[in-house]
Design a protein around this ligand. Structure first.
Ligand code: HEM
Length: 399
């Protein structure tokens, strides 16, 4: 009924999601080893249910103990176990506090001129070519430049960090067809840790106006924060700060280009950028599945959940649920109301939502202004991942 490995399902999972919502909303998946939850109300309820654990790292490390790759998994587990997104209170509460102050809408709004400058610079590079790979030339370099700036990572180091982060993504993104993912992910992670330990030391000696310095100062005020927690948080921000935003811009522009009437509306009225970005998040957002683990026996929609069972909360499926959205398969840049859950819900609600929104609200109208912008091919390569939804290339023409 649901095989997330099939290329046709990866390219367009929505018909399958609809069948699951109607016939089997808490589907038991042997392929994924857990339950696949697809209705909006159920996904939202699970995201805000604090009895469900976000810590899928500890059970995974335990499960792999004794196997040949156990040392690699332990290496991954040690740092990922300090990522807010994989922890429960009280551990989550203190890790989240490290990030909360820095990502307020007001603090992020200050970045606007810098983001506009990066967008202009990226478009200036391709303007005379009449074509580009929208991922490689734009959606990929933009978010890494922005979060790199925020963290204080020098421009010259960003491509290397991006490579390490992409290696880590094979594991965090639950790649289904990457056999050596643990080895690659652990290598990427260890290199990022060394890098951020060095950067943190440098900022302790000479603080600057950046997030790494803010992490160092949080520790100075509350010495119970360990170096490993600061390093893990910096890596989480780097990682979460770009993998998803690339895909928001990529999937969003793909939807816009496949709906020329909506592109024309946005061009005619750039003030629609805000609602257009919300619709991009809803219609084909960058987040596939969020995972939770049941601590005790539970029931969802009449289905019994056993203790220790994994729940795959399908965000994109929920955001197309006809029980929640009128004509959910229609892409409408003026949709209102549009209460999607692309950024999650509850205590793990995305810290970076204001930043992701701002980047996309600047990027999308700038791209839409390129005259004659159109898809150069409709056969697109999709990411091998359950967690991240996005194309790896998006060739476009313009005049
Ligand atoms: C369009 C882009 C983005 C999307 C769709 C997105 C989506 C999400 C979702 C669904 C969650 C909840 C995870 C869960 O409940 O298990 C989350 C958490 C998180 N996001 Fe984002 N995100 C985006 C961009 C960003 C950016 C730009 C940053 C940072 C600069 C960021 C940082 C985080 C962090 C740190 C968490 C963990 C929060 C916690 O566990 O308390 N995200 N994101």
């Amino acid at each position: 009924m649901y095989d997330p490995r099939l290329p046709a399902v990866i390219a367009d999972p929505y018909p399958t999601f609809r069948r699951l919502q109607d016939a089997d909303p808490v589907h038991t998946s042997a392929i994924l080893g857990g339950r696949v939850v697809t209705r909006f109300a159920d996904v939202r309820a699970c995201l805000t249910d604090e009895r469900l654990s976000s810590d899928r790292i500890t059970p995974f490390v335990r499960h792999r103990a004794g196997r040949h790759d156990a040392p690699l998994i332990e290496t991954l587990g040690r740092t990922l176990g300090l990522w807010a997104v994989f922890t429960d209170p009280p551990k989550h509460t203190r890790l989240r506090a490290l990030m909360n102050r820095t990502f307020t809408t007001r603090a992020v709004e200050r970045l606007r001129p810098r983001i506009e400058a990066i967008v202009d610079e990226l478009l200036a590079r391709v303007r005379d070519q009449g074509q580009m790979d929208l991922i490689r030339d734009f959606a990929y370099p933009l978010p890494i430049a922005v979060i790199g700036d925020m963290l204080g990572v020098p421009a010259a180091d960003r491509p290397t960090l991006k490579e390490w982060s992409d290696e880590l993504a094979t594991f965090v993104g639950s790649a289904v067809a990457t056999p050596d993912k643990y080895e690659r992910a652990a290598k990427g992670l260890v290199q990022m840790q060394d890098y951020f330990r060095g950067l943190l030391d440098a900022r302790r000696r000479a603080p600057k106006d950046d997030l790494t310095s803010a992490l160092a100062s949080a520790q100075a005020q509350d010495p119970t924060y360990a170096d490993d927690e600061l390093v893990a948080t910096a890596i989480l921000l780097l990682f979460a700060g770009h993998e998803t935003t690339t895909n928001l811009i990529g999937n969003g522009m793909l939807a816009l280009l496949r709906h020329p009437d909506q592109l024309a509306r946005l061009r005619a009225n750039p003030a629609l950028a805000g609602s257009a970005v919300e619709e991009m998040l809803r219609y084909d957002g960058p987040s596939g599945a969020m995972v939770r683990v049941a601590a005790a026996e539970d029931a969802i929609d009449g289905a019994t959940i056993a203790p220790g069972e994994r729940l795959f909360l399908m965000i994109n499926a929920a955001n197309r649920d006809p029980r929640q959205f009128e004509e959910p398969d229609r892409f409408d840049v003026t949709r209102d109301p549009n209460r999607h859950i692309a950024f999650g819900a509850g205590i793990h609600f995305c810290v970076g939502a204001p930043l992701a929104r701002l980047e996309a609200q600047i990027a999308v109208p700038a791209l839409a202004r390129l005259p004659g912008l159109a898809l150069a091919s409709d056969r697109l390569p999709w990411l091998d991942s359950l967690v991240f939804r996005g194309v790896t290339a998006l060739p476009v023409d313009f005049s």
